[in-house]
Write a protein that binds this ligand. Structure first.
Ligand SMILES: Nc1ncnc2c1ncn2[C@@H]1O[C@H](COP(=O)(O)OP(=O)(O)OP(=O)(O)O)[C@@H](O)[C@H]1O
Ligand SMILES: [Zn+2]
Length: 654
């Protein structure tokens, strides 16, 4: 019938598995077989005396687990529906309704087994994420490679990954060239090319370019790779992802809170009603049997089994499906919120655009390009901004870096970076951030750049304006389609928020069909923009890279971080982490959430609706206990199957 307990009971379920993990299901089936046997034999009057024995066998198999579970809960002073169902079945037997009692227990145990199977399946989808971690790795010790347990790998170890083998650690490729299947992390089955990173580097794992960086749990392709371990096994992306998904299961979503609240008042009310019904015979209008029969029927009709199972089942399935595709929901609330938002705000750089701006032009004022780019590359080496990397690589053709002490450098998030060089304060960043004034003839050039939609980075030395660099970043080629799909999914409002100039924002917005673009924003302006969306649409989602959008992401109802496999901040802080930086994951995540939301609602209506119909029918003797059992159980099975649909969710390609 059901089991109205929190669904953590999977782990503390009574262990009695003589037939393996499906014992519960086999017991249910045995119960059904004896029920049918008894029912068939009931038509031959000769067997009548033995009938009770056959039904008792059916009772045994049907109630075996329920009695154990009810007993265990009673020990913890918890009053659960398992007990009620057993009582109802034996009550029916007392009324000589052996077949009905056996039917109740048969369907109850079958539903229970199915429920465990369903939740188990969702759990399995989650735990399989971890299976790709190999147990051992080949580690270089002197001139040879020896097998070492993965858990004993230390940072700095050199690991040999043979062709078609699993990679044991997050690390950097130091020899070899191969393609790697990263599906276990990103959900993308297209292999990604990896090659060795030249030169000894002291940068952190997060800053290693994707083509040199490998993740634990991914699978090497055609040729061997040597990698240097950069994170302990327990710190690897895949380990943390599994941890987050497991934690997510334990958190309750808004609907779960609601159903818990309903149950809190509903269950005692039902019990009271049932007890009263059991005593109706005292009025003399009917027999004790009649009263008991109706009380038991109402009891079955009113059990909130479907209600209790449907939401956790749906959320677990949704989280499992997301994780399989590289979308980590950090809880049912994230799933439900994303499923109901109407307004989405996007960060521009690195989210809608490639995040790999190219220097396309520059203008200088009284400084040689060697001196200018030497300053630029040296100071930008302290920044992790996407613009910094581009400026550094571009500068290398003219000059080399100069020595700058890191204590003399200050990064001003959302504006730029400054450093003290030869007693002068050198600023790089937004033109408005510089204290230096732009000379007139350079301003003319800047106006031309702006018209072309270039991103501008200025440099000044105290009040002396030194020059301006123009860069261009392309929108991701799938971005336009992604926006279109979001609109199709019912997102009413799409806005773009960027620290880049308004002119650049307009250019990108036009290309992607986003009409509301806000440029020149400081981090606190982005927060205001999100607050505005919250006000107008009730809820908002902010999608960014989690680096300089953290405050805005924290303000939105639900935040989504892109490319989280490469960014600790994004993986840790966002409500939803998309491990790959493929933006096609955004409509998938939104679509999955919307489906989850829809299924949660459907299930809620179905479970509450069935109760609302079954109780009066039982009360007024329209349906007998047999029909009530079948209808009630049918509802429970239906909502479980409905929830399981999410495990195979795919966004329709148009
Ligand atoms: N390290 C840096 N080097 C040069 N310019 C910078 C740097 N950091 C910020 N800026 C300047 O400040 C502007 C805004 O930066 P901010 O980081 O807020 O936005 P963004 O990352 O470029 O865009 P988005 O908000 O879409 O992510 C940039 O366009 C640039 O002109
Ligand atoms: Zn159970």
């Amino acid at each position: 019938m059901c089991n109205k307990s929190e669904h953590n009971h999977i782990h503390n379920h009574p262990q009695f598995n003589i037939f393996g993990k499906n014992t519960e299901l086999y017991f249910a089936i045995l119960s059904g077989i004896f029920l049918i046997l008894g029912y068939a034999l009931s038509f031959t009057s000769k067997i009548d005396d033995y009938l009770v024995i056959i039904y008792l066998i059916s009772f045994f198999f049907g109630s075996f687990f329920a009695i154990q579970e009810a007993f265990l809960k009673l020990l913890k002073a918890r009053f659960e529906i398992d007990l009620l169902m057993v009582v109802a079945a034996f009550g029916a037997a007392y009324l000589d309704k052996w077949a009905e009692g056996a039917l109740l227990l048969f369907l109850f145990s079958l539903g229970h087994a199915l429920e465990h199977y369903a939740l188990g399946k969702a759990e399995k989808a989650i735990s399989e994420l971890g299976k790709l971690m190999p147990d051992v790795a080949l580690v270089r010790k002197g001139n040879e490679f020896v097998e070492v347990p993965t858990s004993e790998l230390v940072v700095g170890d050199t690991v040999l990954v043979k062709a078609h083998e699993q990679i044991a650690a997050d690390g950097v490729v130091i020899a070899g060239e191969s393609s790697v299947n990263q599906a276990s992390i990103t959900g993308e089955s297209m292999p990604v090319d990896k090659s060795e990173m030249k030169g000894e580097s002291k940068i952190s794992f997060n800053d290693i370019p994707a083509e040199h960086r490998v993740f634990a749990g991914t699978i090497n392709g055609e040729s061997p790779l040597e990698i240097k371990v950069m994170r302990l096994a327990s710190q690897s992306t895949v380990s943390r992802m599994i941890e987050m998904v497991s934690e997510a299961k334990a958190k309750q979503s808004p609907t779960q809170h609601l159903t818990k609240k309903i149950e809190k008042y509903y269950v005692p009310a039902v019990l009271l009603l049932v007890i009263i019904l059991g005593f109706v015979f005292l009025t003399g209008i009917e027999t004790l049997e009649d009263s008991l029969y109706r009380a038991l029927t109402v009891l079955v009709a009113s059990s909130p089994c479907a209600l209790a199972i449907s939401t956790p089942g749906t959320i677990l399935s949704g989280i499992a499906r997301g994780a399989k595709k590289g979308v980590v929901f950090k809880g049912g609330a994230a799933l439900e919120d994303l499923g109901s938002v109407k307004a989405i705000a996007f960060d521009k750089t690195g989210t809608l655009t490639e995040g790999k701006p190219q220097v396309v032009d520059f203008v200088l004022n009284t400084i040689t390009k060697e001196d200018f780019f030497a300053l630029a590359m040296s100071i930008e080496s302290f920044s992790s901004h996407p613009l910094a990397q581009s400026i550094i690589s571009y500068s290398e053709q003219f000059t080399g870096p100069i020595e700058i002490d890191k204590n003399d450098v200050e990064v001003v998030n959302g504006s730029g970076i400054e450093a003290i060089v030869n007693d002068k304060r050198i600023q790089i960043g937004r033109i408005s951030y510089l204290i230096a004034k732009v000379p007139l003839e350079i301003q003319k050039k800047i106006n031309v750049f702006e018209e072309k939609g270039y991103t501008l980075v200025g440099m000044g030395s105290d009040s002396q304006f030194l020059g301006v660099i123009a860069l261009q970043d392309k929108p991701k080629h799938t971005a336009k389609k992604m926006i279109k799909r979001l609109r199709k999914l019912g997102i009413k409002k799409i806005v773009m928020l960027t620290g880049d100039q308004q002119a650049v924002a307009n250019t990108v917005g036009k290309e992607l069909n986003i009409s509301e673009v806000f440029g020149g924003l400081y981090p606190e302006d982005k927060v205001k923009a999100i607050e505005d969306l919250n006000k107008r649409y009730g809820k908002s989602a902010m999608i960014g890279d989690g680096v300089n959008d953290a405050p805005a992401m924290a303000t939105s109802t639900v935040s989504v971080a892109m490319g989280a496999a490469g960014s600790d901040v994004a993986l840790e802080t966002a409500d939803i982490a998309l491990l790959s930086d493929k933006i096609s994951k955004i409509p998938f995540a939104v679509g999955l959430s919307r489906s989850a939301e829809k299924i949660i609602k459907q299930n809620l209506y179905i479970s509450l609706g069935s109760i609302a119909v079954l109780i009066p029918m039982a009360l007024f003797d329209i349906t007998g206990i047999g029909a009530t059992i079948v209808l009630h159980e049918g509802t429970t099975v239906f909502v479980i199957l409905n929830a399981l649909r999410l495990l195979s969710y795919n966004l329709k390609e148009e």
